[in-house]
Ligand binder design. Sequence first.
Ligand code: NI
Length: 164
Amino acid sequence: MAIRKIVEMGTDDILRKHARRVDKFDKRLAVLLDDMADTMYEADGVGLAAPQVGILKRCVVIDVGEGLIELVNPEILWAEGEVVDVEGCLSVPGRRCTVARPEKVRVHAQDRKGRHIEVEGDGLLARCLCHELDHLDGILYVDKMIEDVTDKLEEEEQEGDGEA
Ligand code: NI
């Protein structure tokens, strides 16, 4: 268990690369997922994708306050609705922008043992799932920004949780 360094936009093009599928469900993967969770909690984030810690693997951790979710090789099965809301990203510190995301999504993935799982979420969880899966394809939320609202929000709202 260890805290890893979070890559920030503009410092490393790894955030723009397509992450590779995981085919070995070994100790190394378990360590990566443990470290990603530690790093996310340390940074008060709600989600983190492996490229954000410099690893081009299709791995994501999420915790929107309902417990830790680990997703390996995640794919969206279906999505419905659309909600525009404010988003932040641990790799784009200090900014908040509005983005349109599905209201509800269902994701298929594997767990750290390679077992197939499905996760369904709405609201913040749906937003977070879409945000993290985008990271695996080199997409940052600012690419989808509708409006930069950083200056409109109070300072205390710009810090703390909500970044992914
Ligand atoms: Ni992010």
